[in-house]
Design a protein around this ligand. Structure first.
Ligand code: 5CA
Ligand code: ZN
Length: 380
């Protein structure tokens, strides 16, 4: 599984967290089923937004990337997101990217516009099969999401940049392609090919990456290897909004995971607030949802301390069943609630204080805590 990582120019918000918790759930479900999961994630530690933030704040782009990447890893650890086996930066991948671009160029699939290099999307006869959008919609989204359909000299408006020659006051690396830096999509194609190879089971990210990012990466990988498909499944998690708009660093309507942690919000409550939504749905963050998640966490923690708790075996079977069915996390939480509810009784559940980690008092509680921990990533 290859999951697109952050561009580290600002802190991790709950939208990002929702995406990484989604893929963490896939990782956990696979591991629970006995698979040996090879999980790879990149970090886009050089790209336009990072350089723009550096200019705007007078900081060094590398210092921003290092700081925000470290904070992301801390946030993920707090949310109990299992780390990928390989966590790879764009900068360290530049020699490899340059090699793939050179191979594409030698085979006639890359051409120059001024001194920048572009990938011809028509060289992949299956181009468009990831996002399945109309051409008009593709052109529209390409312009919105970092592409340059209008640039003169391109053979097709959708052709994407694979190598950008050095610009004044911007970092550049010396490669056989010249002095410059990689385009975005080829970064993920190269890292996925280097660490996983063709064909991966899941290429993942938020739904805003379906086009152009995953479409372009897949085409580049397919053309350079002459194999198909790049991924068996493209899995896209829904967008989390706040104040009426998709949470985005460029708009600034953000709820940061680190800010919630500083307010002493239990990261396990944040995780439960995310898991209460099916991964493909778009939804709006709300303090109310977080309160509900904290109450649920309190109930579960209280329930495992009940000595005479019933067996949680049927709960385990149910949680496995609903997660195997299109990753229905909300139904998994319902199944957990049923056990907690019958263990506690409604009246007692209402009066539980927020607490820290609870200790199971019997075998029912022990199994319940183990399901929460290993399958859902929620430590009770
Ligand atoms: N570095 C690239 C991927 S190679 C990138 O898209 N970085 S990002 O920092 O902009 O986003 C990181 C991940 O969070 C992506 O999978 C993106 O789809 C997801 N994401 C961004 N905003 C939201 C949001 N509001 N809700 C849910 N997921 C989001
Ligand atoms: Zn990516």
């Amino acid at each position: 599984m290859y999951v697109c990582g952050i561009t580290p120019y600002d802190a991790t918000h709950v939208g990002h967290a929702n995406t990484y918790v989604t893929f963490d759930l896939i990782n956990r479900v696979w591991q629970d089923a006995g698979h040996d999961v090879h999980y790879v994630q990149n970090v886009t530690d050089i790209d336009d937004p990072l350089l723009e933030r550096a200019v705007a704040t007078g900081q060094d782009w590398k210092a921003i990337a290092d700081r925000e990447t470290a904070l992301f890893r801390e946030d993920m650890e707090a949310l109990r997101v299992l780390p990928p086996k390989d966590y790879i930066g764009a900068v360290e991948s530049i020699p490899s990217v340059a090699e793939y671009v050179a191979r594409l160029q030698a085979a006639g699939h890359v051409y120059a516009v001024d001194s920048d290099l572009y990938f011809s999307v028509t060289s992949d006869s299956t181009f468009g099969s990831v996002s399945r959008l109309s051409r008009d919609r593709m052109v529209e989204l390409f312009a919105e999401r970092g592409g340059d359909p209008e640039r003169p000299g391109k053979h097709d408006p959708l052709d994407c940049l694979v190598w950008q020659s050095e610009r004044p006051d911007e970092p550049a690396w010396d490669t056989p392609l010249g002095h410059g830096r990689p385009g975005w999509h080829i970064e993920c194609a190269a890292i996925a090919l280097d660490y996983l190879g063709m064909t991966i089971d899941v290429q993942g990210g938020g739904s805003d990456l379906a086009f152009p990012h995953h479409e372009m990466s897949a085409s580049e990988a397919q053309v350079v290897t002459d194999e198909w498909p790049f991924a068996r499944h493209y899995v896209h998690s829904g967008m989390v909004s706040w104040q009426g708009h998709k949470m985005s660093k460029s708009r600034g309507n953000l709820v940061f995971v680190s800010a919630l942690r500083h307010e002493r919000v239990d990261p396990m409550a944040i995780r439960l607030a995310l898991l209460a939504h099916h991964y493909r749905s778009d939804w709006s963050w709300s303090p109310h949802g977080l309160e509900g998640a904290q109450e649920r966490l309190n109930r579960w923690r209280a329930a495992i301390t009940v000595a005479q708790a019933p067996s949680a075996e049927p709960t385990l079977a149910r949680v496995r069943e609903v997660l195997a069915d299109d990753l229905r996390a909300p139904s998994a939480l319902d199944a957990m609630d049923d056990w907690a509810h019958s263990t506690l009784g409604v009246a007692a559940a209402a009066s539980i204080e927020a607490g820290s980690y609870a200790t199971p008092a019997g075998p029912g509680g022990e199994l319940f805590a183990a399901i929460a921990d290993s399958l859902l990533g929620v430590r009770l």
